[in-house]
Every structure is written in structure tokens, then in C-alpha cells.
Ligand binder design. Structure first.
Ligand SMILES: *[C@@H]1O[C@H](CO)[C@@H](O)[C@H](O)[C@H]1NC(C)=O
Ligand SMILES: *[C@@H]1O[C@H](CO)[C@@H](O)[C@H](O)[C@H]1NC(C)=O
Ligand SMILES: *[C@@H]1O[C@H](CO)[C@@H](O)[C@H](O)[C@H]1NC(C)=O
Ligand SMILES: *[C@@H]1O[C@H](CO)[C@@H](O)[C@H](O)[C@H]1NC(C)=O
Length: 504
């Protein structure tokens, strides 16, 4: 790929790198540690009508006028469907040994289990996986990263219907059968806590369901539906893991987990009420999914607050849940303060409403960390350490991968590519968070990998193309990729001193 960055710029950027020596390097992490970058199908692939792909819920949603901030969609996105070989070259240049991506369910099964698998879609992922392995890059594959076939929503209401368990199990098995000889790291879902809260509690993601006062929607019930949908999703995870463990794992030798969005929470005031609210909110986030999967039932904080609105697991469900998982994927970006709204009268945040909590990034007008272009994302490196320790303790130090960590740059129409490429703030963020991660490992946490979100700027959900998370800049009119300072920092970290001058 053509590189536009001139030598002068490279030298300037190299010079800037010396500002970010954090006192650790690659050799402080185990040799077998996975270092990678991450993407997801809807955010990068584009080619939404090509290769017999079926429409996904995100295709339908992003085409509704007014839903996406800049009126954009993922029709083309990074055109990764056609440019994946170039993107693998970017990865090779970085020196990563792993790539986290997701499979588009509607590319493989346009109509779920009601129609044969789409060979063109299978061929695409075969080419991607083979090309990665040829470069020594381990595929780390998510089965569902928000996007699902729209057909399943139209046919039976997607996550609200237990039928989805059969569909997800069917889809997972197609993937294990077709790709599992080469894929050794599987995750069932990406951030189901975010997907369900945004889809059914505040109703800002498809299928736009919620009720007042949690959000404004045409239909839905925020006190009941998030928990019903999550229940079906947890059992869908269990269905896929059961298939993998019974039929594929021994033969294929891989592992399977799930990826959670994790926010670290701190009490706003050092009061019993705010501490209790913090514990409640933590329980309503990650343990909501991981407790049933790993410990066999929902956290007691949820049962207390929700009563019969929280479903129960039948005997058969519990049998299904016994296969648990092999590792936990942790996506981590930010830390927020929590204020109690159960003992104190206050307005809850819609997103945190059922836990009777209000979250904020500020205390007495001071931010908890440097704000970023993503409204609830603040730079609090210490939060990552707290979060990893919380998961380590709650789940008996189960193996973990930091499956996402990254920094958003805001874009207005006068932001130049030169400003975006010189992402000093991102380098600062990544090096501090990575340092925090190293501390948890030194203290015994079984963390086995780290993935930067994201390899390339891409379609950032409701924000469209107005937020850029990439360590490579993408010009969305020409599809040119340009390494940012952060890409050079990562390369330097992974390959050691002088690698920038040796390569290319
Ligand atoms: C949600 O469902 C519960 C239980 O069926 C019911 O009591 C409540 O009124 C419903 N709320 C709305 C907003 O429909
Ligand atoms: C919070 O309050 C407890 C008990 O009053 C006290 O021991 C502790 O030092 C306080 N922590 C902070 C950070 O102020
Ligand atoms: C973008 O530029 C146009 C004209 O130059 C201006 O009218 C508009 O307000 C700008 N939009 C933003 C978000 O800055
Ligand atoms: C973009 O425009 C805003 C508002 O006019 C201005 O404050 C800012 O400095 C401009 N940024 C650049 C990079 O020119």
C-alpha cells in the first residue's frame, strides 16, 4: 500500500514517541501473550449487498433517517470485504500475532437456520483466515458483534423469543464446522450487556424497544424485556458452547469464551448508599451475564431489585449452562462515578435505571479523568486494574483477554488528516492502560492477550464516522489507510527499538 507520510513526518512522530516511555516493554509480557488489533463485521466490511449476504438488523436500522449522527451507514464502511489483504499487510507491518474480528451472521446464514448456508460468505472468511495464518496472525473470532440477520427479527422477534437459541446454536455450529480446524479462539458474543441495554432498556440500538422513563420508544417494556432478551442470549451462548464442547473442541483443540463491556464504577461520595449503589450497578452489568454462565445463576442484587421480572433458569437450562466457558473477554475503556437513587431521591440514568443509580463522569465539576471525544469515556488507567481484579476475584482467576481498549478522536468537518494522524493523546492513553494491565499480570491475574480497538477508523455505530478509534487513519472517499502515530508506537513496542527505520 502507498504510504503518504513523508520521512520528515515519520521523524517527527518518532521523536514524539520518546515522550511515551512507560518503563516497560514487550519482554515484560509472556512470549505466548496475544497482541492484536480488533474490528467487527458491520463496522468495517461494507459490501452489504454482495456475495448473497442477507440484510442485518444494523443495515435496516442505519438506513432509518435520523438514527445515525452523520446520516451515514455501514454500506461501504472500510470496504474491508475487498481490502482485507491490504489490512492484513497493515497488521503484519505492526508485528501483531493476533487479529480479533467478527463474522457477519447474515453473510453466512441470510435467513438463519431456515435456509442453507451461503457458500460465498463461507469462502470470504476462509480466505481471510488462511491469509492471516499465512502471516502468523492468529484469528480471534467473535460470532456475534451486535449484527444479526434481520430475518430472525421479522420472523419471531429475535432475542425476545427462545427460538433464537436454536438459531444461534445452528449458526455457531456452521462456523465451528467450516472454520474450527484453523480458529482456536472463539467468542460467542461481543458486549451482550451493551447490546441488550441499548436495544431493550433505553432503545437507542435496534430493535429500538423501551418504555418511559428509561427511554422514548414506540413499543417495549424496559422493566421486563432486557431481562427476557438477556436470558435467551445467555442460553444461546450455552447452546453454542455445548455444541463446541461436545462435538468440536476435542478434535479441533480450540477454546471458547464471551466478551463483556466493562466499565469500572466508583462511588460518587464515600457513603454507604453510594457504595451499595456501586455494587448494584456492577452486578447489573458484567455479572448479569457472567454469573449465570460461570456461577450458575443471576447475582442476588439483581434478584432483589427485579423480583419476578428477572427470569429463572429451569432444570434443563441449568444442564445446558454446565459447559460454562474457557475464558472471559474484557472490553475496557472508562470509569464513572455512581450515585445512589434508591435511598436518596434522584433522577436515575436511563441506562442504569433498574439498578436505581445515576452515573456521571464528574464530581464537583471535576472530571474523573481527561475527557475524550466519546461522551462517557474518560482516561482513567487505574480503572482497568480495578476492573481486571474484580473479575479475577469474582470468577476465580479464569483466563482473560483484554479484547478491546482504545481511544476516540472526534472529527468536525475542518479536522485535517494531519491532526488525526498525529494522535499523541491516543498513544498516551494506550501506553498508560497497557501499563495498568501489566500491573494486574504482575499481581497474578491470568490475562493472556491485549487487542487495540481498532486496527482502522470505522463505522462507530450511532456516531457514524464522526468518532475515529483507528490506529490507522482511513480516508473514507479513497479508502486509503495511513498509519497514525499510535500505529508506530504499537509497532515500536512490539518489535523493539529501531523497527520503524528498519521496516518498509
Ligand atoms: C411491563 O411489564 C410489567 C409486567 O408485565 C407490567 O407490570 C408493566 O406495567 C409493564 N410496563 C409497561 C411500561 O408496559
Ligand atoms: C471512606 O469512609 C471510611 C469510613 O468512614 C473511611 O475509613 C475511609 O478512609 C474513607 N475513604 C475515603 C477515600 O475517604
Ligand atoms: C461544516 O462546514 C459547514 C460549511 O463550511 C458549516 O456550515 C457547518 O456548520 C460545519 N459543521 C460542523 C459540524 O462543524
Ligand atoms: C475548526 O473550527 C473551529 C470553529 O470554527 C475552530 O475553533 C477550530 O480551531 C478549527 N480547527 C481546526 C483544526 O482548524
Amino acid at each position: 500500500m502507498k504510504k503518504k507520510t513523508s520521512m520528515a513526518v515519520v521523524l517527527y512522530l518518532l521523536y514524539s514517541l520518546f515522550l511515551f516511555v512507560e518503563g516497560f516493554d514487550r519482554s515484560d509480557f509472556p512470549d505466548s501473550f496475544l497482541f492484536g488489533t480488533a474490528t467487527s463485521s458491520y463496522q468495517v466490511e461494507g459490501a452489504y449487498l454482495e456475495g448473497n449476504r442477507g440484510l442485518s438488523n444494523w443495515d435496516i436500522f442505519s438506513h432509518i433517517p435520523g438514527e445515525i449522527k452523520d446520516g451515514s451507514n455501514g454500506d461501504i464502511a472500510d470496504d474491508h470485504y475487498h481490502l482485507f489483504m491490504d489490512d492484513i499487510e497493515l497488521m503484519q507491518s505492526l508485528g501483531v500475532n493476533s487479529y480479533r474480528f467478527s463474522i457477519s451472521w447474515s453473510r453466512i446464514l441470510p435467513k438463519g437456520r431456515f435456509q442453507e448456508a451461503n457458500q460465498v460468505g463461507i469462502d470470504f472468511y476462509n480466505k481471510l483466515i488462511d491469509a492471516l495464518l499465512l502471516k502468523g496472525i492468529e484469528p480471534f473470532v467473535t460470532l456475534c458483534h451486535y449484527d444479526i440477520p434481520q430475518y430472525l427479527g421479522d420472523k419471531y422477534g429475535a432475542w425476545l423469543n427462545p427460538e433464537i437459541q436454536k438459531d444461534f446454536g445452528y449458526y455457531a455450529e456452521v462456523c465451528f464446522r467450516e472454520f474450527g480446524d484453523r480458529v482456536k479462539y472463539w467468542t460467542t458474543f461481543n458486549e451482550p450487556n451493551v447490546m441488550i441495554k441499548k436495544g431493550y432498556l433505553v432503545g437507542t440500538y435496534p430493535p429500538l424497544r423501551c418504555s418511559a422513563p428509561f427511554g422514548e420508544c414506540l413499543s417495549g417494556n424496559s422493566s421486563v424485556e432486557p431481562y427476557a432478551a438477556a436470558h435467551n442470549l445467555i442460553l444461546s451462548h450455552a447452546t453454542a458452547v455445548e455444541v463446541y464442547k461436545k462435538k468440536y473442541q476435542e478434535k479441533q483443540g480450540g477454546t471458547i469464551g464471551i466478551v463483556m463491556s466493562t466499565t469500572w464504577y466508583e462511588p460518587l461520595q464515600n457513603s454507604t448508599a453510594d457504595w451499595l449503589a456501586t455494587n448494584r450497578l456492577l452486578a447489573f452489568d458484567v455479572p448479569w451475564f457472567l454469573d449465570p454462565i460461570i456461577l450458575g445463576d443471576y447475582p442476588s442484587e439483581m434478584r432483589q431489585m427485579l423480583g419476578s421480572n428477572l427470569p429463572t433458569f429451569s432444570y434443563e437450562d441449568k444442564l445446558k449452562l454446565r459447559y460454562k466457558l474457557d475464558f472471559i473477554g474484557v472490553n475496557h475503556y472508562t470509569t464513572l462515578y455512581v450515585k445512589d437513587c434508591l435511598y436518596t431521591l434522584c433522577e436515575t440514568t436511563g441506562y442504569d435505571g433498574n439498578a436505581f443509580a445515576f452515573t456521571t463522569g464528574e464530581k464537583n465539576g471535576l472530571p474523573i479523568g481527561t475527557p475524550t471525544a466519546m461522551p462517557t469515556f474518560y482516561v482513567v488507567p487505574h480503572g482497568l486494574e480495578m476492573m481486571v481484579n474484580y473479575i479475577k476475584e469474582r470468577y476465580n482467576n479464569m483466563p482473560m483477554f483484554l479484547t478491546e481498549n482504545g481511544y476516540a478522536q472526534g472529527v468536525s468537518n475542518n479536522t485535517s488528516s494531519r491532526d488525526l494522524v498525529n494522535d499523541v493523546d491516543r498513544v498516551d492513553y494506550l501506553s498508560k492502560y497497557l501499563g495498568s494491565l501489566l500491573k494486574t499480570i504482575s499481581n497474578g491475574a491470568d490475562v493472556r492477550g491485549y487487542f487495540i480497538w481498532s486496527l482502522i477508523d470505522n463505522f462507530e455505530w450511532l456516531y457514524g464516522y464522526t468518532l475515529r478509534f483507528g490506529i490507522h487513519y482511513v480516508d473514507f472517499t479513497t479508502q486509503e489507510r495511513i498509519p497514525k502515530l499510535s500505529a508506530m508506537w504499537y509497532k515500536e513496542f512490539l518489535q523493539g527499538s529501531g523497527s520503524l527505520l528498519k521496516a518498509d
